[in-house]
Design a protein around this ligand. Structure first.
Ligand code: HEM
Length: 387
């Protein structure tokens, strides 16, 4: 029996079974297809016959979506816009995230890594158990993206659980309580960015809020972009840091390859246990996926975590192997919506994993990790370690 609990604990046996038995699986209750092969998921990400589920699609398929702040945010955000609206919104952000701009962040990322590892050393002194998520995995990315966006440091911690509530909306099935929490969180996060935008109009600074305040974006658009970039900027990276560290303490022979192979951690950790587990698309016209005919206008979910463990693409897919050649996972999406922050997330992982196990060679788990209660995003609420 497939349950959300089992999927949260370990989705990989379910993915393997689906890939073997029904790689293009139609769930009649949800009226949606679910894909588990690398080639099929890649087709959905890059093929012109697929669109993201924008407002026009939601009007037909999700009655009442405009009445909920969270679903309104979701279906009108950059993530769920199609060209030409998508291209216009993405242009407002893309200048701040070029490879050159991100590489210029290296000294700042190094300072942040140094600070969080210093705190890990302090809290873990004398064999004390420390939660890696509270100490490293969340504080590192939230301060990096928070400074770029322009969210003052003291304000940053409150967003961890607000964005957590919002991200649960990406699961294929959600209950009323989850929707209510996502709505409340969306209202709070949007109100925060409305205030910040208004403030920066009068007092500009060197940050993304000020760039958008000075642009020709409507207020609602600017607020949604800021909320998305900030949330997406720390949420998945927090997942990545925890998942990668968990993999490295589980396979100490791999941790011993650090720091030499530090830059391989990002791709292999995302491949082995992806922080983002699914992408949602809809068919813009009738099409064929594998050997299945799929009609126009239906939802198709690509399981990124399943594609990344497809034996047709990766030899011995369940083994975590930093020496793997051509790891290139689908965890950052692809095509028009390819992750805007990929270079920033990679930079943080490169700097962190060049140091973590050199500074703390005895880092080990010190209790049962607690998984996040969401299928679409994979990470830990808590990861107890000793250094
Ligand atoms: C390891 C960390 C990360 C992972 C696994 C990840 C994953 C993804 C994925 C799968 C998508 C595409 C979703 C889709 O096509 O439906 C995406 C898009 C996006 N990501 Fe990331 N992301 C990460 C880090 C970041 C960071 C650091 C930022 C900060 C700028 C960011 C900002 C965005 C934005 C704004 C989009 C929407 C792009 C668009 O729709 O055009 N992400 N990310």
């Amino acid at each position: 029996m497939w349950t959300a609990e089992a999927g949260i604990a370990d989705p990989y046996p379910v993915y393997d079974e689906l890939r073997e038995r029904q790689p293009v699986y139609f769930n009649a209750n949800l009226g949606a297809y679910f894909l588990t092969r690398y080639a099929d998921v890649e087709q959905v990400l890059t093929g012109p016959e697929f669109r993201t589920p924008d407002g026009a699609w939601a009007d037909e398929n999700k009655p009442g979506w405009r009445d909920h702040p969270s679903t309104r945010f979701m279906h009108t955000s950059l993530l769920y816009q199609n060209p030409p609206d998508h291209s216009r919104l993405r242009r407002l952000l893309s200048r701040g995230f070029t490879t050159r701009r991100i590489e210029a962040q290296r000294p700042t990322v190094e300072e942040n890594v140094d600070r969080v590892l210093g705190r890990l050393a302090d809290l873990g002194a004398g064999g004390a158990v420390v939660d890696l998520q509270d100490t490293v995995s969340f504080p590192l990315p939230v301060s990096v993206i928070g400074d770029l966006v322009g969210v003052p440091r003291p304000d940053q911690p409150q967003f961890r659980w607000l964005i957590d509530d919002m991200s649960k909306l990406f699961d294929p099935v959600i209950d009323g309580d989850t929707l209510k929490r996502a709505d409340d969180a969306t209202v709070q996060v949007r109100a925060y960015f409305q205030d910040l935008l208004t403030f920066r109009r009068g007092t500009p600074a060197d940050d993304l809020v000020s760039v958008l305040a000075a642009s020709d974006a409507e207020d609602d658009e600017a607020i949604d972009l800021l909320a998305l970039v900030f949330g997406a900027g720390f949420e998945t990276t927090t997942g990545l840091v925890g998942n990668a560290t968990r993999a490295l303490v589980t396979f100490p022979d791999q941790a011993r390859l650090l720091p030499e192979l530090a830059t391989a951690v990002f791709d292999e950790a995302l491949r082995w246990d992806s922080a983002a587990q699914m992408v949602l698309r809809v068919t813009g016209r009738a099409t064929r996926i594998g050997d299945v005919d799929v009609p126009e206008g239906v939802a198709v979910t690509g399981f990124l975590g399943a594609a990344n463990r497809d034996p047709a693409r990766f030899p011995d897919p369940a083994s975590f192997d930093l020496r793997r050649q051509d790891a290139r996972p689908l965890s950052l999406g692809g095509g028009t919506h390819f992750c805007l922050g990929a270079a920033l997330a990679r930079l943080q992982a490169d700097v962190l994993f060049a140091q973590l196990f050199t500074r703390f060679p005895n880092l080990t788990l010190a209790g049962e990790p607690v998984r996040r209660k969401v299928l679409a995003m994979r990470g830990f609420d808590s990861l107890p370690v000793v250094i």
